[in-house]
Ligand binder design. Structure first.
Ligand SMILES: [Zn+2]
Ligand SMILES: [Zn+2]
Length: 318
């Protein structure tokens, strides 16, 4: 993102009222992400989620209910006596495919413990789904350095309706560089918000603290996690006393397409494109950014309903 530096509080206010905050209230939870990942990989049944995710039965029930309540999945009866259900993605859920696809691409590229590559298929052409995100207007591939953001100055912020807070069984400690998974990057609301802050130009401890209304111990924990994982690096900006700021590394910056798709997904499905305090501009053409996702194998625009799991995996999942 290329921008002049803005006041931290101003940026924070926009982030906390942006679609990304909405999205993180729903998806910013490690168990939820693991369940969605299982569904994307072809699992449908309660017991399969238990074995596939390691999430406890109680947590699984509450997260499934949460995803049902928010219209991301629906229940489908597959057996009537006794009654048994499968869980499937709704249109809103299917529309998260670019987020899932970029999350896994990031994982496969940057972490070492991906024993099985997690891939989706573009059913229109039968190839593994490899996405290119292009500008709707000028058709150029979206690069992080070509995206600028604008915050609506006069928008009257109305506080988001907070969803019922979930108690997260916090997992964020002891994450080493090698096993830092993308679920950890978005796996809790604060981690996601700090990442959004980094993309929008926050750099210093005090800026994050002030902008995101985040307590100093949670902030210190999340920054350390990012440092350990090589997502950010520390740069000295003042000697005597030494003061540091935090910048995204190449690894950290390469998560931007996930963040941008999260922004658009929440904007479309949760804000109905209204009242979004942050707009993104595509610098090469100067227009408001809107994205089309194209399959690099067949060059077609990918429809959510044309994304599937590999047949062999689907077969074993059923
Ligand atoms: Zn453009
Ligand atoms: Zn294709």
């Amino acid at each position: 993102m290329v921008n002049k530096r803005l006041n931290a509080k101003f940026i924070g206010n926009a982030i906390l009222n942006s679609p990304v905050e909405y999205a993180l209230q729903i998806l910013g939870d490690k168990s939820t992400l693991l369940i969605l990942k299982s569904i994307w990989l072809g699992k449908r049944k309660f017991e399969d989620f238990i074995s596939g995710t390691g999430v406890s039965r109680g947590t699984l029930s509450s997260r499934l209910k949460f995803l049902l309540d928010h219209g991301i999945i629906y229940k489908d009866i597959y057996q009537s006596g006794p009654r048994r259900y499968e869980y499937k993605l709704t249109e809103k859920g299917l529309d998260t495919y670019p987020i899932a696809s970029y999350l896994w691409e990031w994982n496969n590229h940057w972490t070492e413990n991906s024993d099985v590559p997690e891939e989706l298929i573009h059913t229109s052409c039968g190839n593994y789904l490899n996405l290119s995100s292009n500008c709707q207007h000028c058709n150029k591939t979206i690069k992080i350095s070509d995206v600028q953001f604008q915050i609506k100055e006069n928008l009257k912020f109305s506080k988001l309706t907070s969803f019922k807070a979930r108690r997260s069984e916090n997992s964020s400690n002891n994450i080493s560089n090698n096993i830092f998974q993308i679920e950890d990057l978005l796996g809790d609301r604060w981690t996601g918000l700090v990442y959004a802050g980094l993309l929008y130009g926050l750099r210093r401890f005090d800026e994050f603290n002030e902008a995101l209304e985040i307590s100093t111990n949670i902030l210190a924990n999340r920054l350390k996690k990012f440092l350990d994982a090589g997502v950010i690096e520390k740069r000295i900006y003042q000697h005597k006393p030494a003061r540091y700021e935090y910048r995204l590394t190449k690894k950290g910056r390469s998560g931007y397409l996930t963040a941008i798709h999260l922004h658009f997904w929440a904007n479309k499905w949760m804000l109905n494109s209204k009242n979004n305090p942050i707009s993104l501009i595509h610098v090469p053409c100067g227009k408001d950014l809107s994205i089309k996702t194209i399959c690099t194998s067949c060059s077609e625009v990918v429809e959510p309903s044309k994304v599937s799991v590999p047949l062999s995996k689907a077969a074993t999942a059923l």
